[in-house]
Write a protein that binds this ligand. Structure first.
Ligand code: ADP
Length: 340
């Protein structure tokens, strides 16, 4: 009896800590055991043991799955419960030619389903975004090929092809970067000074800033942290690039680095066109642009801020956005320097 009790306690311990829902039914479909995760899932309490399982859940899909598992040995289906998505696997327990019961396992697959949907949406968006510049290139090339373009207009057409092809390269680069981040692959960490990186970024963007008569300034602490150099560079580059792109001629961009109590923050502030409150969350979504034509004109891909979001998440950091139309935008990213 003692050994049996010990075994039962062990079983309860294990199934009690499982995230997955587990239900054991006897050959009549009565509940022999139901773990806490399954009880929460089916809205049942502990004294449902001994009851017919189909009185706990009368939904058609579970009834059909129980019938199918009894007949064929196995069945599975997906269903939404309590606002989350679950996969139910049912297996018949056979022993020496007779049916002893049924095991029902329920897995929470909400994240997986969301990731699949995001991937599908991303693929559809990528195809659309790649098609637009390609169509423009083909259109221009066809006109030139058919001799419709006047010699004087030739440079304009060649320039359009060049511009659209360069946009494609930028787009593909961004897509590759995002896919690498999606893969969540381990990347080499090293000691990096965020201030030095910010200065390198400003150097790289100095021509673009000069062209728009925008001043770029870096100030603050060294901001040394352990991180992935390439990703941190990417964060600062995309934020500064936007601060220049969505600014007025004569505008200012200020990058500041601050270290305080184990936290490191970097803020890129501009006095440009700003972002209305209703778009401030959306700009971090893939391919989202407030003003599509402005973004396209200035070489935007709509992926810059999603790369920033991912790269910050990779470093377990936080993003904060403050913006007011026609006043400017300040985007800060902060990291816990004790994290690694
Ligand atoms: P894009 O390649 O179009 O710049 P991003 O993902 O970097 O894509 O930015 C998404 C959108 O957010 C931009 O198209 C723009 O409308 C808006 N945005 C980003 N940064 C700023 C900024 N500093 N000031 C105003 N608008 C901005």
């Amino acid at each position: 009896m003692q050994a049996l009790k010990r075994k039962q306690d062990e079983f309860d311990q294990i199934t009690g800590n499982m995230k997955e829902g587990l239900v054991l039914l006897d050959h009549m479909g009565r509940i022999i055991s139901i773990n806490p995760a399954a009880r929460a899932l089916f809205g049942a309490n502990a004294d449902c043991v001994g009851e017919d399982f189909l009185t706990i859940d009368r939904k058609r899909d579970i009834r059909q799955a129980v019938g199918a598992a009894k007949e064929r040995g196995h069945s599975s289906f997906r269903a939404k419960k309590n606002g989350r998505e679950y996969q139910f696997d049912l297996s018949r327990i056979d022993s020496e030619g007779s049916v002893h019961g049924l095991v029902i396992l329920a897995f929470d697959i909400t994240e997986q389903v969301n990731a699949e949907r995001n991937r599908r949406e991303f693929t559809a968006n990528v195809s659309h975004e790649l098609k637009t510049p390609l169509q423009s290139i083909i259109g221009s090339a066809e006109l030139m090929e058919n001799g419709i373009v006047k010699p004087d207009d030739m440079p304009k057409f060649v320039e359009r092809i060049h511009k659209e092809a360069s946009r494609l390269v930028l787009l593909i680069d961004d897509i590759i970067r995002l896919s690498q981040l999606d893969e969540n692959a381990e990347m080499p960490h090293e000691e990096v000074s965020v201030r030095v990186l910010a200065e390198e970024v400003c150097e790289a963007l100095s021509d673009a800033a000069k062209l728009k008569d925008i001043s770029l300034e870096v100030s603050g602490d060294d901001g040394v942290m352990n991180g992935v150099r390439r990703l941190l560079y990417e964060i600062i580059y995309n934020l500064c690039d936007n601060a220049i792109k969505y600014n007025h001629p004569g505008g200012k961009v200020h990058v500041s680095v601050k270290e305080q109590a184990g936290m490191l923050s970097l803020c890129v502030q501009d006095d440009g066109i700003g972002i209305a409150p209703e778009y401030q969350e959306k700009v971090f979504e893939r391919f989202y642009r407030v003003d599509k034509s402005h973004s396209k004109q200035s070489g935007g891909t709509g992926l810059g801020l999603s790369i920033v979001k991912h790269a910050v998440k990779y470093h377990h950091g936080k993003i904060d956005i403050q913006s007011e139309p026609e006043k400017g935008t300040a985007i800060s990213v902060s990291f816990n320097t004790n994290e690694y």
